[in-house]
Design a protein. Structure first.
Ligand SMILES: [Zn+2]
Length: 95
């Protein structure tokens, strides 16, 4: 659900989450309770929500704090590449 900003005349700005279909034009202030009119803001296009920014940040983070893993990734476990098919015994072997 999108965030909508409201501004109380006496207190501070606050935000509520509301479904787009039922956005109230005024919302009671959480501090004093007086109805606060809706404040129109720019669309919340956060740079941190883009996947490109997440990739850049995670790549930069590996330089200073590499991820701790319990096993080397990408390597096959021992014995995983061995076939049990008897027909494979007849295949030519490297010298
Ligand atoms: Zn208030």
């Amino acid at each position: 659900m999108p965030l909508y900003a409201y501004r109380c005349a006496d207190c501070a700005d606050f935000e509520i989450q509301a479904p787009m279909a039922s956005v109230p034009e005024a919302e009671p202030c959480p501090e004093c309770g007086t109805p606060a009119p809706r404040r129109f803001t720019a669309p919340n296009l956060s740079r941190s929500s883009s996947s490109a920014y997440k990739l850049i940040e995670s790549t930069a983070r590996t330089a200073s704090e590499p991820a701790v893993v319990s096993s080397p990734g990408g390597l096959r476990p021992a014995g995983a590449g061995i076939t049990r098919n008897p027909l494979h015994q007849k295949l030519p072997r490297p010298d």
